[in-house]
Design a protein around this ligand. Structure first.
Ligand code: FAD
Length: 258
């Protein structure tokens, strides 16, 4: 596999994040990490590319992502591209995919485009399919393993109750499940190499996109309301009596596990 592009998204480290009055995630001042499924996609790409191929990492996000991208260069990526532009803030999934697709077209021909199957913050899992549609390519979701041979690719997909094996041709877009390929650590040589590779920075003008195609303006959907719900937690009356509290708890447990 010669040329592979991996879409990587920086997501908050903590589940406790704030949103602004327009329901936009406040990304300033919070610690970010690369989405776990995207790390899997990068490792899969590095293995498929081997010594002869190239792996480009592409992200849309804040200007602060330059240095985290450098870390991915140290881990083996050959090229890192950051799309950053205030006009892109507040993008919904379609606007995100439109921008990523414009960048993919500008950066050249790729044999394979890998994504994570979902980002842990937006958590829609829509971007890979929308990106494939914008590029006119097929898309395979929830990939667990990927093998390449001269005739194409064999992909194992994770299903809710098992797995499915598919054969496909390139170019294609594939989304990978988190932790299917643990990402390698950066080595000393990789860190040295990364120092000499510039992170390429693009904005809407570079991609030939109009302001109304990006960010909030370019989004067909709008978040109207948000409510936090933590898995396994539910509201109920506060019980101060120990015996009554134990009874109430027993009742809840019977409902959850009859
Ligand atoms: P998913 O589809 O779950 O991501 C799958 C994969 O796509 C990732 O693993 C990664 O490989 C790739 N990918 C996704 N995003 C990127 C990226 N930025 N760069 C590179 N690769 C990427 N967020 C806001 O902050 N402000 C808003 O106003 C806002 N409005 C929204 C409105 C709606 C209706 C929706 C559905 C979402 C909105 N979001 C908003 C969330 C925002 O759309 C998403 O963060 C972003 O579009 C990606 O969607 P996702 O996180 O669900 O990605």
């Amino acid at each position: 596999m010669k040329r592979i592009l991996v879409c990587v998204k920086a997501v908050p480290v903590s589940a406790f994040v704030e949103v602004d009055s327009q329901h936009r995630l406040k990304r300033d001042g919070i610690n970010l990490q690369w989405n776990a499924a995207d790390a899997s996609a990068l490792e899969a790409a590095l293995r498929l590319a081997g010594e002869d191929g190239s792996v480009t990492v592409l992200t849309m996000g804040t200007s602060k992502l330059e240095s985290p991208l450098r870390e991915l260069l140290a881990r083996g990526a050959s090229r890192a591209v950051l799309i950053t532009d205030r006009r892109m803030a507040g993008a919904d999934t379609q606007a995100t995919a439109r921008v990523l697709a414009a960048a993919v077209k500008k950066l050249g021909d790729f044999d394979l485009i890998l994504c994570g199957c979902k980002a842990i913050d937006g958590e829609t899992g829509q971007v890979p399919g929308q990106l494939a549609a914008a590029l006119g390519l097929p898309c395979v979701s929830n990939g667990e393993t990927l093998e390449a041979d001269p005739d194409g690719l064999t992909i194992t997909r994770r299903l809710e109750t098992g797995t499915q094996e598919l054969r496909g041709r390139t170019p294609t877009v594939i989304s990978l499940c988190a932790y299917s390929y643990p990402l390698r650590l950066p080595g000393i040589l990789g860190m040295r190499r990364a120092r000499n590779i510039p992170v390429e920075v693009l904005n809407a003008d570079d991609l030939g996109l109009l302001p109304e195609q990006c960010g909030l303006k370019g989004s067909a959907t709008k978040v109207l309301a948000m409510e936090s719900r933590f898995p396994g937690m539910r509201r109920g009356p506060k019980e101060t009596d120990l015996t009554l509290g134990a009874k109430a708890l027993g009742q809840i447990l019977r409902e959850v596990r009859p």
